[in-house]
Structure formats: C-alpha cells, structure tokens
Design a protein around this ligand. Structure first.
Ligand code: TRP
Length: 434
C-alpha cells in the first residue's frame, strides 16, 4: 500500500463531489416535507437566509480545515493542536450513525424503484408503505443492498469510486429533476403549488419553524461530520475556495427549490395535503403517479433520481470513517470498508426493523430509528460543528482573509466563526436537548 494521500483529478472533481455530498435526501425527500409542515414560503426564505449566513461560515471553515491540514478528521484536529484530537473522534462516530438511519430510507428507495417499474398495485399507498417497512426480511435486505452499493464505491477509492459515481450520477440527477419539474408544472392547477412555495404567509413565522430551517440548512450543506473536511483534504490546488463554496450553497438551494417545484404542483394538482410529513414522497406522490399517464415510468424515474441523490451523499459520509481508519489504523481501504459494512449493518438492521418487529423497543420514548436520528441531528452534528469552529478559529487560525478580500466581510467572518456561530450552536444543542 502506498502512503501517498489521494487527491482529486481536477478542481471540478472536488466541486462535483461536494455538491454530490450536499444534495441528497435532505434536499429532495426531507426539504419538501419539512417545508410542507412549516408553512411553505416563510420556511424557504428563512432557510435561504441561514444557508447564506450562519451555515456558510462553518461550511467554508470545514473545507478549509481539510485543505490546510491535508489530513482526515482526527489528524486534522491533531494538526491544529495535539489535545484537540479528542474533540475529533465524534466525527467518524457520527459518520457511522447517520448512515445507519439514512440508508434505511435508501433501502426504501431501492424497493420503490422496483415496484414503480413493475407497476403500483392499486392498493392504498399508505397501507403499502406500512406493510413494506414492517416486513422483517425485505426491508433489511433493501437497506443492506443500499449500504453495499455505497461501501463498494467508497472502497474503490477517490478516482474510481467517488469521482466516477459523481460524474455519472450528478448529471443524471439534474436531467431527471428538470424533466420531472417541467412535467409537474404542466399539470392542471399547478400554480397552486407554486403559490404555496413562493407566496409568503408571515403568520406562519414562529420559533419552531426557525429551528427547523436552521437544522435543515446545516444538514443540506453537509456540515458537521467531517464529510467536507475529508473531501477538502484531497484538494491539491492552492486556490481560493470562495467560489467553490458559493457554488455548493447555490446548488443545494437550487436542488431544494426544484424538488419543491416538482413535488408541490403535483400534490396540489390532485388536491392532496402538502403536510403529510415523511410519507410525502412515499405515500402522497404514489397517489399522483397512479393517476397520471405513464405513471409507472415517471415514478421509476423519480425514485432513481432520489437514489442518485442519496448514493452520492451516502458515499461522502462513509469516506469520513474510511479515511480515518486507513490513515490512522493503516488498514487497507478494502478492509476498512468491510469493517464499516459490518458495523453499519449491525446498527442499520435494528433501525430498519424498528418500523416493524422491533417497534416496541423504546429508549427515551423513541424507536431505534428515531433515537439515532434524534441524537445525531440534535446533538452530534451541532456539537461537531461547534468543536470544529472552536478549533479552526482559535487554534488553526482560520481567518476571513483566506476567503474574502473585502475587509468588512473578513471581519464578519472572523467574528462569526469565533463567537456568533458557536453561540448559536450552543443554543441549538440546548434547545434540542430540552
Ligand atoms: N447533505 C446531505 C443531504 O442533504 C446529507 C449529508 C451528507 C450530510 N454528508 C453529510 C449531512 C454530512 C450532515 C453532515 O441529504
């Protein structure tokens, strides 16, 4: 095994991979339903504000952290300060836990690709979903297939695995999303869906919506578990990354918007409820697919689209513990990936089964799936971001000069990184724990 660290083939490989990481189930599955539950347009405006301000700072910092240190998470924190190493371990741990629930949804998507292709049964879609998620054999198998695909491409390394999959899937994702959005906008009364997304109703503004938008913003930008740090550590050029950072933010925003413009016009066109929650794409949309011409074909394309988005994000999660194992424990990439496969499977299978036979196991009143989601989203992700800002701002001396030329922006960035963002994160963790 050579000791040389891999690097991206070109600057664009990094940008594409980072967009692949950012754009995922968070944008296409979660964004529309969280927006649906939080009043539509006001949520969108708040989300936009957050990704351009509060979340932009830690996002750039995370990429810079990797780019400056050229190491995986643990090594990067150690580079900043020997003792800071201890603050970094939570990153690979989070990057094992998040896939353990994210890949459960990945498994559902695989199943839905197959059933859309075969043809939806005329059964009620919500009955169908609940029967499938409770199936003690089929559901875990789908989760494992999804995990296997992600592990397989991670094991192939940066060029043959991560770059390859992003080069193939990201263009497919864009084409499918644009086509489906145009088709959805042509449905009768689609304007009602657009109104819902773009016409603000400020009475819907409340603190719950604010927190939902902030959490969503961090999640869709992939901040808080070392994905961007690890990807950033493979950058070889010494150019400024500010344009790259904007490209990632705007892509994530555009994908979320397109997802909304694809889903809500269709939902409103068929008089369905926009606030169905997590079942929006698995229950509400199949109702649409069952009524439109070529519904099975459209459904298949839609679930392949979700699949592409989920795979490219999933791989960026696995790269975090994989790089840590390869560089710290000096295992080969293949062995590291096999190890990760086993560990994640051991957590993901109970998480999958918690929708069915393990549904009665409740810890703090939450099922296994809900618990992993809760701990990672409310505690680990913001905590990792907090540690990263702290170490980058106070020990690694990440400075606004590295990104901006304008003095005002430089100062805003520095104050944001050292004080404002950490305080907001502490507040967020406090609220999350209440
Ligand atoms: N951003 C991805 C999504 O929207 C998920 C993701 C990938 C992620 N890597 C991450 C979220 C790192 C938080 C941290 O689906």
């Amino acid at each position: 095994m050579s000791n040389k660290r891999p690097t991206w083939t070109s600057k664009y490989s990094f940008i594409l991979a980072a967009i692949g990481s950012a754009v995922g189930l968070g944008n296409i599955w979660r964004f529309p339903y969280v927006m649906g539950q939080n009043g539509g347009c006001v949520f969108l405006i708040t989300y936009m504000f957050f990704i351009l301000t509060i979340c932009f700072i830690p996002m750039v910092t995370e990429i810079l952290f990797g780019k400056i240190t050229k190491k995986e998470c643990v090594g990067a924190f150690e580079h900043a300060n020997k003792k800071c190493k201890y603050l970094s371990y939570l990153n690979p741990v989070t990057a094992v836990l998040v896939p353990s629930f994210y890949f459960v949804i990945g498994g559902w998507i695989i199943h839905y690709i197959i059933i859309s292709f075969i043809g939806f049964k005329s059964k009620n879609p919500s009955v169908y979903l609940s029967e499938f998620v409770q199936n003690p054999i089929l559901a875990p198998i789908c989760t494992l297939i999804f995990l296997f695909i992600c592990i397989f491409f991670t094991a192939r390394g940066i060029k043959k695995g991560i770059e390859f999959i992003n080069n193939v899937m990201m263009p497919m994702l864009v084409v499918m999303l644009v086509i489906l959005t145009i088709a959805s906008l042509h449905l009768p009364n689609s304007y009602l869906g657009l109104q819902y997304i773009f016409k603000p109703d400020f009475t819907k503004f409340n603190s719950h919506m604010l927190l939902a938008a902030l959490g969503q913003a961090f999640f869709t930008l992939s901040v808080g578990m070392g994905s961007l740090l690890t990807y950033g550590s493979y950058i070889k050029e010494d150019k400024s990354i500010v344009k790259t950072a904007y490209t990632i933010v705007f892509s994530s925003l555009i994908f979320s918007l397109l997802a909304g413009m694809m889903i809500f016009p269709a939902v409103f066109s068929f008089n369905l409820a926009p606030d169905a929650g997590a079942g929006l794409v698995f229950v509400t949309l199949p109702k649409v697919f069952m009524q439109i011409p070529h519904g099975n074909f459209v459904a298949t394309v839609f679930f392949i689209l979700l699949f592409c988005a989920a795979i490219t994000s999933g791989i960026s999660m696995l790269e975090v513990p994989c790089a840590t194992i390869v560089e710290r424990i000096k295992l080969s990439r293949i062995k590291a990936c096999l190890f990760l496969f086993v560990i994640i499977a051991l957590i993901a299978i109970p998480a999958t089964l918690s929708f069915g036979i393990l549904g009665d196991i409740k810890i703090f009143d939450k099922t296994i799936f809900e618990l992993i989601d809760f701990i990672t989203s409310n505690i680990f992700l913001p905590l990792n971001t907090l540690f990263m800002c702290f170490v980058a701002g106070w020990f690694l001396n990440v400075n606004g000069d590295m990104i901006f030329k304008n003095r005002v922006l430089v100062n805003v960035f520095n104050i944001g990184l050292k004080y404002v963002v950490p305080l907001i994160l502490i507040f967020l963790i406090y609220i999350g724990l209440k």
